[in-house]
Design a protein around this ligand. Sequence first.
Ligand code: NAP
Length: 273
Amino acid sequence: MIITGATKVLALIGDPVSHSLSPIMHNGWIADHGIDACYIALPLKSDDAETEIRALCRFGLAGANVTVPHKRAAASAADESEGVVANVLRWKKDGSVSGFNTDGQGFLDSLAEAAPDWKTRVRRVLMLGAGGAAVSIAEALGPHVDTIYFANRTQARADAAADALRAGRVLRWDDLERGFGAADLIVQATTLGMGANPSPDWPLAAAKPTAICADIVYRPLETPFLKSARERGLATFDGLGMLIHQGARAFELWFGVKPDVEKARRRLIEALG
Ligand code: NAP
């Protein structure tokens, strides 16, 4: 593609961003749709990201994604935001900026792909972790289920996550077996099993044979958690789906067209090697 003065610029803002698959995903879709735009990654190290993002907002980007650790700052920097955490920023014609969070809905899209009947199957959810991603997913799942048990290494974070939701409950980190036995959906939303991080011996033997197991980590694509669940014959799905679907929702917010998620999956699997 040729970049001209008219080319629209979109950016991923976060720290770190060099490992991100979002530029490959979005530039692939931009090319598919013949849009005069490019998507770049902007590393932002800052103790005051809200001010930096507010300044960036004046440069007239066409859109932005925001990742760890700046999603709260992005919501505060936007002129309006649908929540206190934003992973998508969209510029209006008058230059004002709106914040959105597509992470949770991206997870639901991915769940629906893996288990189209999930709404009739899933009443109880075990959420492993209570970080930013776990909370976004739980917020999206909340209206559709009876109970979401948060189990987190740091108990105070699980307490806060559970308190914020009607369906939220807390399960002690050393009581996981009980949670695995009760859940219809188990979501691994910690960093355990990511890259070289060790993974514990999850008590998957206690899980119901009908349980659905999701890992939102996608490096590696098959985490130790998913491998054990699959070996036990449980339904599983990986973290690439959430990444692609949250990105597809962002792309639609920016350009008004639904991109091809299957094409993105092929490209990202190739990029992951
Ligand atoms: P975060 O806010 O930093 O939360 C990290 C979570 O991992 C916390 O619950 C933390 O527990 C837990 N954790 C870290 N080290 C642990 C350990 N040694 N033992 C037990 N628990 C540990 O991060 P996040 O944004 O929620 O992201 C979590 C994971 O999801 C990352 O791997 C990220 O790459 C992935 N992710 C994937 C997608 C996707 O689209 N697929 C989107 C977002 C995130 P404490 O509270 O005790 O520290």
